[in-house]
Design a protein around this ligand. Structure first.
Ligand code: SAM
Length: 261
């Protein structure tokens, strides 16, 4: 008997039910026979079902006990590949990848998507690519170029580590229950090494936080604790520009100049 489970808000449960959206996501991901795939938050199996048909070897990580029971009953072929864990602490080494790169997919719980992305990026040596459904606004921030309103800390930190491609939007009607916001699919391919050499990630994060928390100010104001006007000019930057005009390479230059003082 299939038991109806009420969606749990605390686990960000908005289950996909629109078959055309599900097909478009799986088409964009295109799992192939023999690949290792991890699905984060399989829920009731909207994506899992087709992933299993692809011939790829699927693992899933799900936090909700009730859904674990349901997945075990519905998909016996997943047997030893259902990990009842918190994706925020899940280690990819548990998957015994033997050097094979992992592909990751998920309609992510929106409340944990930022820390989850950073957690995955700490293990990026195991990851080939990732396709996620996220809140549209977050995808816009991930993919934003300098000069855009959405460009900020998240854009710099993620684009330093990954190639980011925003794919297509998904309306609330595709889910049950419906979220209050639009969603969007994003495709991420981690670089082997960060795009530019960073001496101290912590310094870079601090500078980004100081500058983007006061994004309307010029950098000579928001970053005055780090540089005077001559300091910016020496690094090839106009002290009168704002944070959103600075490219990733220039952020790294600024952070490395602070690190070496
Ligand atoms: N993939 C399903 C779908 O598309 O219908 C469910 C997506 S739902 C937005 C998010 C899923 O992630 C839920 O199944 C939820 O229980 C699970 N989840 C929430 N927090 C989690 C966590 N920290 N670790 C693992 N799974 C989590």
């Amino acid at each position: 008997m299939v038991r109806f489970l009420a969606a749990k808000k605390r686990f960000g449960q908005n289950f996909l039910h629109d078959e055309s959206v599900i097909a478009a996501i799986l088409d964009a991901f295109s799992a192939q026979k023999g690949e290792r795939v991890l699905e984060i938050g399989p829920g009731q199996g909207a994506l899992t079902r087709s992933l299993l048909n692809s011939g790829a070897l699927i693992d899933v990580v799900e936090i909700d006990n009730d859904l674990i029971d349901q997945l075990q009953r519905r998909y016996p072929q997943l047997q030893n590949h259902i990990h009842h864990q918190d994706a925020l602490t899940f280690s990819l080494t548990e998957l015994n990848l033997s050097g094979q790169k992992l592909r990751i997919i998920g309609n992510l719980p929106y409340n944990i998507s930022t820390p989850l992305l950073f957690h995955l990026l700490t293990q990026k040596e195991h990851i080939g690519d990732m396709l996620f459904m996220l809140q549209q606004e977050m995808v816009e921030r991930l993919a934003a170029e300098p000069g855009c309103k959405a460009y900020g800390r998240l854009s710099v930190m993620i684009q330093l580590h990954c190639k980011v491609q925003a794919l297509f939007s998904v309306p609330p009607q595709a889910f049950k229950p419906q979220p209050k916001v639009m969603s969007k699919i994003v495709y991420l391919v981690p670089y082997e090494k960060p795009l530019f050499r960073v001496d101290s990630m912590m310094t870079l994060e601090n500078i980004l936080r100081d500058a983007f928390n006061q994004r309307r100010k010029t950098i000579q104001n928001s970053l005055k604790h780090y540089f005077n006007a001559e300091g910016f000019i020496a690094l090839g930057l106009d002290p009168k520009i704002r944070a959103e005009q600075i490219k990733i390479e220039q952020w790294v230059k600024l952070a490395n100049a602070v690190s070496c003082t």
